[in-house]
Design a protein around this ligand. Structure first.
Ligand code: IMP
Ligand code: MG
Length: 189
């Protein structure tokens, strides 16, 4: 597995420091509100688990997932495959947490759905932000790191379902995409 990595982008210690600082900002912003953290599966599971354990506030935890239509003809058309419970969202503030903000489609679709389900307000939070790839004009309210247009894996981020369990974030080598028969910009779930 390690031979597939080009370089480490963010070592464990840097992630710990960034999540600590993020948790302080989130705590200040959500203090005194009724709020729910909605973690986007599967990529945000490790990030969200680390973040919520640093929030000394009453809160609820919900989950959501969105996947590209496999047989769809429109690129970026998303199907929501996991929903938070209605009572976790209705009338509450939501912190929508994902591993990475790339084109912006996933968070845009989920944010609109959450508002449609009655969330009082939705703020977004990501570990990584890749602004160069944005298609939908969406900015994260909270983020840990900005990265260039490289394919990142580890700390929850995957390529073809693998590498999520790495404790750091690394850049995947291009040969790995080539071996999987994909080009860089198409190598997205
Ligand atoms: P978006 O909808 O294009 O913003 O993409 C969000 C999703 O694409 C993330 O939740 C990831 O699953 C996936 N993704 C985008 N870039 C990367 C990457 O560099 N590594 C791993 N997954 C990525
Ligand atoms: Mg993901």
């Amino acid at each position: 597995m390690l031979q597939d990595l080009e370089r480490i982008l963010f070592p464990e210690e840097a992630i710990v420091r960034a999540v600590d600082s993020l948790a302080t900002r989130v705590t200040e912003s959500f203090h005194g509100t009724e709020f729910t953290v909605v973690a986007v599966l599967k990529g945000s599971c490790i990030f969200a688990a680390d973040l919520v354990r640093r929030l000394p506030l009453p809160m609820e935890l919900g989950f959501a997932a969105a996947e590209s239509y496999r047989t769809g003809t429109l690129p970026g058309e998303l199907e929501i495959t996991c929903f938070p419970r209605e009572e976790e969202v209705r009338g509450r503030e939501v912190l929508l947490v994902d591993d990475i903000l790339d084109s912006g489609r996933t968070l845009d679709v989920l944010r609109r759905k959450l508002l449609g389900w009655g969330a009082a307000r939705v703020r977004t939070c990501v570990l990584l932000d890749k602004p160069a790839r944005r298609v939908v004009p969406l900015q994260a309210d909270f983020r840990c790191f900005e990265i260039e247009d490289v394919f990142a894996v580890g700390y929850g981020l995957d390529f073809a379902g693998r590498y999520r369990n790495l404790p750091y974030v690394a850049e995947l080598r291009e040969e790995v995409y080539a071996a999987a028969g994909r080009v860089r910009t198409e190598a997205r779930p």
